[in-house]
Design a binder for this molecule. Sequence first.
Ligand SMILES: Cc1ncc(COP(=O)(O)OP(=O)(O)O)c(N)n1
Ligand SMILES: Cc1nc(C(=O)O)sc1CCOP(=O)(O)O
Ligand SMILES: [Mg+2]
Length: 206
Amino acid sequence: MRVDLSLYLVTDAELCRDAGLERTVMDAVEGGVSFVQLRDKHASDAEMIDQARRLKAALAGSGVPLVINDRLNVALQSGADGLHVGQSDTAVQEARAALGPEALIGLSINTLEQLHSAPISLLDYLGLGPVFATQSKHDHAAPLGFEGLAQLAAASPLPSVAIGGLKAEHAERVFQAGADGLAVISAICGQPDPCAAARAFLRPSR
Ligand SMILES: Cc1ncc(COP(=O)(O)OP(=O)(O)O)c(N)n1
Ligand SMILES: Cc1nc(C(=O)O)sc1CCOP(=O)(O)O
Ligand SMILES: [Mg+2]
């Protein structure tokens, strides 16, 4: 399935604590977010299923898909649109078999070797990163910079979204590098006005 990755929000419940996760996501969607991933390393499965169901209901009619980070069981039980997995998470083959052909499945990529061994036909998109070092993922891999991002994007047979330390002012360079969008946590979650924070990505400064 073709996806709009242009502005991809990855959630962080801690950062969104003051405004609330749902409010933050919906404000960000109003500002132009095109894709949402529910990511929570601390919630129980039950809490995450509940959160995913609420978000899915809130997003109904918006055309914005919701995927779940890491947890296949949460994706299956919540009615989310799919799953995002990394290199050490559930295998893509297992995820596709469990979720079916309509689900959206994304895979994280940091090297050309990972890209060449990815089961491309089972995937909908790739997450390329980190572009820069980031506080939002403590175990992140070596930063790619825009040159590394461009190499991966050029080699990717699938739509790709860049991630890691990205701010609104990077949007133009990311698209020039060949990625189809930017995935962000801290540039939107925890910002005083998530709608304005999202809008800023749609108007790259020159
Ligand atoms: C869009 C997108 N790209 C990459 C990642 C990172 O996934 P992973 O390597 O599995 O790391 P965690 O997010 O699980 O810490 C992502 N979540 N989203
Ligand atoms: C979740 C995630 N994955 C990454 C990767 O490189 O695979 S970087 C990252 C964190 C992105 O957060 P921020 O926008 O705050 O930098
Ligand atoms: Mg993961």
